[in-house]
Design a protein around this ligand. Sequence first.
Ligand code: NAP
Length: 272
Amino acid sequence: MSARLLEGRPVADEIWSGVDRRAARFAQLAGRPATLAQLSGADEAAASYGRQIERQFTRHGLSVVTSTASLEHIRALNADPRIDGILLMTPLPASIDPEAIDPSKDVDGQHPFNLGRLAQRRVGFAPATAQGGMRLLLHYQVPLRGVQAVVVGRSPVVGMPMALLLLAADATVTVCHSRSGDLAVYTRQADLLCVAAGKRGLIGPEHVKPGAVVVDFGTNPTPDGALVGDVETGAVLDVASAITPVPGGTGPTTVAILAEQTLQAAEQRLAN
Ligand code: NAP
């Protein structure tokens, strides 16, 4: 068997085309583009991700302002009617907490208010990476209702929201973490295996049930400057029925969802 590659680009393109239409309409009605404020510390990888967000947002009719993360900045952005969304880039200074963001501007779903709504299966902003993973599964018509899903990783950014979103889609979900012991015991049960641990080579073919769908959120830089996931993709291709590549799988959908959720916040603000 050679698994189908679930590419993220067509999924992201689909999201961006909706964003294009909504961004133009919002700018016409509001007299300004929908705007995201991104706040970061001194980390160069975060700054580079921030530049990538800015390029893509600008290309699709949204605007980005960038500043250094401080509580004063967050308070000012919360009160600023020209700012629709606020994104805290990690790693952040210890003094900065996502709880400082106005939940109605928390377009990456990091505030406990939004994560709580997600846990209660109520409408709110979900973390963009997890939401992007769900859109990818939807795009490729991967069955979710009643399937056995295993999520490896329980961070509030990827693993936990992915588990909650899958639960809301009626999958039966097991969440594994660094204290789970023998991962294969759990992962081999999975019809759908989602991995977000940040550990290169964590999941090999012995962890995968034949015919499973595998979603690899991991992004691990290699010494030669490439990027690999948490799954040994080459070897798992022979066991799984479908797998997301790294790069080019879950990555492209994240920024597109962030733009979509920024527009949603902007439209809600305009309507109120
Ligand atoms: P994180 O905060 O470090 O969380 C990692 C999670 O994996 C934790 O829950 C940890 O368990 C678990 N874990 C670590 N080692 C494990 C092991 N040996 N066995 C089982 N579980 C293990 O990382 P994150 O922010 O969630 O990111 C995870 C990965 O996704 C990273 O590679 C990151 O770069 C990537 N990512 C990708 C995107 C994208 O757009 N595709 C966006 C964000 C992040 P404990 O809770 O027990 O510590």
